[in-house]
Write a protein that binds this ligand. Structure first.
Ligand code: 5GP
Ligand code: MN
Length: 334
């Protein structure tokens, strides 16, 4: 067991074989935190390899060394080579090994030291060292804190900074939620070392394909349903939508947020019919906790205002269940 930071710091004083893993369907924070940590550790003369369970969206290809990331779904044997020789495994932006499926089972069975850096609610204590802070905006913010705790803030440069900044702006929706005074200090420090934040905003948010903007229009025009008396809006995408719009992984990212732009809507959901499950993606405002709803009813979790979960059964049964649990959590509005 590695209970304290000093022990980890001592362990990292020698060059180590390190694997960094993050969650399935990696988002900007998963990718940004992993690459940022990896580049930092490389500068400390460690060997690093990043492994994701599944592929990440092309929009993040601008990030340095993103082309060296291994995808477990595509190359499990190559991943095994790196996992077997790893002395330390960093687990970033997820809080339980079952969130990363087969890769999690493999990691569970390895003797390597495990370090968790994460900001999700209810972490499972599987790691030897945990930097778990639910009040943090993003795992990328916590990677900055980790570097700082090791006394290496001076090693930050525009390249590491771009990675961490990417995670911060994606997980905060460009500083719309999850912010704190500390976050703005970190962001100021990243800008001071030369991060081009305007360029990053453009890369990330002005990168939609025609196909995806048409899918967004379809969702809002044809697939939006309202429970106005509860201030709830949701979008349902069925398997035919997936075929007609050729929806691939990552294409539905961000759509759920549009519902929260409606003044009266306090809770938004995107309900998608996947091949074997119905997937829920929920967002809320203020004190309404979608973490509780997904935890209690949809085998999921995440953050208070951004959570996900799943349902086994028909699409109709999933929608009915969603509608039936809403009154437990939201009061009727006039
Ligand atoms: P998204 O809705 O963007 O897929 O996910 C929002 C947040 O909820 C993310 O932090 C993600 O890790 C978490 N999340 C999404 N789906 C699940 C799930 O099925 N189980 C759990 N525990 N968390 C989830
Ligand atoms: Mn995150």
């Amino acid at each position: 067991m590695m209970e304290d930071l000093d022990k980890l710091k001592d362990y990292l004083a020698l060059p180590r074989e390190i694997v960094i893993v993050s969650h399935r369907n990696p988002d900007g924070d998963a990718i940004g935190s992993s690459l940022g940590l990896s580049l930092y550790l490389q500068r400390k003369r460690h060997n690093t390899k990043i492994i994701f369970p599944s592929e990440f969206p092309d929009v993040f290809n601008y990030l340095p060394e993103s082309d060296y990331v291994l995808i477990h779904d595509n190359e499990p044997d190559t991943c095994d080579v790196f996992l077997q020789k790893a002395e330390i495994i960093f687990c970033l932006d997820f809080n339980a090994l079952d969130r990363i499926d087969k890769l999690g089972t493999k990691i569970h069975n390895l003797n390597a030291i495990k370090v968790m850096i994460d900001h999700h609610i209810d972490p499972e204590p599987f790691a030897d060292f945990m930097l778990s802070e639910t009040s943090a905006s993003s795992t990328s913010e916590l990677v900055y804190e980790f570097i700082s705790m090791l006394g290496d803030e001076k090693m930050l440069d525009p390249v590491i900074g771009e990675c961490l900044y990417t995670g911060i702006i994606t997980d905060t929706g460009s500083f719309k939620f999850g912010t704190s005074a500390r976050l703005f200090q970190i962001v100021a420090a990243l800008k001071a070392v030369g991060v081009d934040d305007v360029k990053l905003q453009d890369y990330i948010f002005n990168s939609m394909s025609i196909k995806n903007i048409k899918l967004l229009a379809h969702c809002l025009h044809n697939r939006m349903e309202l429970m106005e008396e509860y201030g709830v809006g949701f979008i349902v995408l069925n398997k035919y939508d997936f075929q007609n719009f050729d929806i691939q992984r990552g294409d539905t990212e961000g759509i759920v947020n549009y519902l929260l732009m409606v003044k009266k809507i306090k809770l938004a959901a995107l309900i998608t019919q996947q091949p074997n499950i119905i997937k829920f993606s929920m967002r809320s405002k203020g004190d309404i906790s979608v973490q509780e709803i997904t935890r209690d009813h949809f085998k999921g979790g995440g953050h208070k205002n951004a959570s996900g979960g799943s349902f086994h059964g028909s699409l109709k049964a999933a929608i009915d269940k969603f509608k039936s649990v809403i009154p437990e959590y939201l009061p009727k509005v006039e």
